[in-house]
Design a protein around this ligand. Structure first.
Ligand code: 13P
Length: 341
């Protein structure tokens, strides 16, 4: 199988085609190190390669997974069976190779602990090099925190500006940008606060994308769902989250955007699946965009736990990963139910 995708709109549509979603396997070396700590596994280059290989070589992963986001190290690593570079290996399975290109969130000077994502310097050249090696889409994550005083307009505006600069550079290099403004779940805020901030951030991001000439048909939006904070007194349930998120996105995301692929953001695996399913049920056939997933933790946690860094656990870990991939695939169609868990 080869990837026959002629232009960025086709790539974007394929990334969110019904029944499929994106595997975010682009944890930086620091972040994957933290995940490995939880299973007492040393974060060596070899172990990181073995773990990503386990995910990518799972049987028929392409039935549920349209694309994979990789970190630079993985992008340059190769399959254990056959030594094929991962962009090529994934493409041969009909899976679209993607690359994380931001350089992480750093302190935003002049604010009370807010963050700005860096990585614009030299980005044009890096994108051209990744495109030559097979990347068809990229990812850039902006981080927004809700507290009593934040987010500030300054933080929202600077992050939206950087996201749009990145997206315009991607498109000029024939790479579909995943535009990811993530409002964190950390904190005591309630679902109404999450709604207000998410709506404002999305309006600001789309206004910047427009001003900088980004084609909406050639992007994927990767947002948070509208959720109560982890430490909120009363946390909203599945139906409330789904209807608030749908309402917020209907208000702020242009219909020209092919798809919204949610991040999981620390929700439980089951919640991430149930929320996506409920949203697809609310929208039914008449949705302006496809609603899918681009989960990291909510796809990988059970696999990591089953693996424990041991070769002999590889098949069990692959089964655990495929189970989540399949259930989330069903959720993109509104066909998931908790008794399938
Ligand atoms: P989570 O689904 O674990 O939030 O990760 C998705 C992601 O890519 C964050 O940038």
């Amino acid at each position: 199988m080869t990837l026959k995708l002629d232009n960025m709109n086709e790539v974007a549509e394929a990334m969110v085609s019904p029944g499929k979603g994106i595997l975010a396997a682009d944890e930086s070396t620091g972040t994957i190190g933290k995940r490995f700590d939880q299973i007492n596994t040393e974060s060596t280059e070899q172990n990181r390669n073995a773990y990503r290989d386990l995910l990518f070589s799972s049987d028929n992963i392409q039935e549920y997974i349209s694309g994979v986001i990789m970190y630079d190290e993985t992008f340059h690593q190769s399959s254990l069976d056959g030594g094929v570079s991962y962009p090529e290996y994934l493409a041969s399975k009909g899976i679209i190779p993607g690359i994380k290109v931001d350089a992480g969130a750093h302190d935003l000077a002049g604010t009370d602990g807010e963050k700005i994502t860096s990585g614009l310097d030299g980005l044009d050249e890096r994108l051209a090099a990744y495109r030559k090696l097979g990347a068809r889409f990229a990812k850039w994550r902006a981080v927004i925190n809700i507290t009593e005083l934040n987010p500030s307009d300054y933080c929202i505006n600077t992050n939206a500006h950087a996201l749009a600069r990145y997206a315009a550079l991607c498109q000029s290099n024939d790479i579909v940008p995943i535009v990811e403004p993530e409002i964190l779940m950390d904190g005591t805020h309630d679902i109404e606060d999450s709604f207000v901030v998410t709506e404002e951030v999305l309006h600001t991001v789309f206004s910047e994308l427009y001003k900088q000439g980004v084609q909406f048909e050639e992007i994927i939006l990767k947002p948070n769902m509208v959720l109560s904070g982890y430490d909120a007194d009363k946390r909203a349930g599945v139906d409330e989250v789904a209807s608030a998120t749908v309402q917020c996105f209907l208000r702020s995301v242009p219909a020209a955007v092919p798809g919204i692929a949610f991040l999981s953001g620390g929700q439980s695996d089951e919640d991430a699946t149930a929320h996506l399913n409920a949203m697809n049920q609310i929208l039914g056939e008449n949705k302006p965009w496809n609603l899918s997933f681009s989960y990291g933790r909510a796809l990988q946690q059970p696999a990591l736990k089953a693996w424990q860094g041991k070769d002999e656990n590889t098949s069990r870990a692959q089964e655990a990963f495929l189970k989540r991939a399949k259930l989330n695939s069903l959720a993109t169609l509104g066909k998931y139910s908790t008794d399938q868990e």
